[in-house]
Design a protein around this ligand. Structure first.
Ligand code: ADP
Length: 164
């Protein structure tokens, strides 16, 4: 039994949604320290730069004092080793998430023996929500205010203005 567990919630968060914030809130109630680790993946075509995703996420979780926001590139297990953690938090929305998440959890365990992945379910109202859906609605001019934190809404709206 470890008392000083650092839980790591990794993801691209492109952009952060209320579903992500719900999971972070739940993790922050269970673990003494939660690190939201934003992936720095050069191969992926992101809507937001790493800096933008970091700043949106930092603003969105600023009220949760045991939550820190960071970023990493490369393998998650290497990052876990670096910060001395063995605990991954992931969100599960529906059965459709399960296969991919299960595969990744087992692969991470192969890569790092003592790693554990903890799955948390969001509030029911967020089970349909994804970053890609928010990106799509936003780029087609639809209303997405209720799906994202305030800072994310503001950021997307200011980007939209620059594009018109
Ligand atoms: P990734 O590219 O690693 O899948 P995401 O930012 O899309 O990164 O998601 C990070 C984690 O958050 C994943 O475990 C994903 O299943 C979970 N997640 C995404 N959207 C929601 C949501 N609406 N409710 C709960 N969990 C979610």
């Amino acid at each position: 039994m470890k008392k000083d567990i650092i839980a790591v919630y990794p993801g691209s968060f492109d952009p952060p949604t209320n579903g992500h914030i719900d999971i972070i809130g739940r993790a922050a109630k269970i673990f003494p320290k939660v690190i939201v680790a934003i992936t720095h993946n050069y191969n992926k075509n992101h809507m937001f730069t790493l800096e933008e995703r970091l700043s949106m996420m930092k603003e969105s979780v600023s009220a949760m004092k045991n939550v820190k926001v960071s970023s990493f590139s490369g393998l998650l297990v290497d990052y876990l080793n670096e910060i001395n953690s063995f605990c991954i938090v992931r969100g599960l929305r529906a059965l459709s998430d399960f296969e991919y998440e299960f595969q990744m959890a087992l692969m991470n365990r192969k890569l790092k023996k003592n790693v554990e992945t903890i799955f948390l379910m969001p509030d029911q109202e967020y089970t349909f929500l994804s970053s890609s859906m928010v990106r799509e609605i936003a780029s087609l001019g639809g209303q997405f205010k209720n799906f994202v934190p305030k800072s994310v809404y503001k950021k997307i709206m200011s980007k939209r203005k620059l594009n018109v």
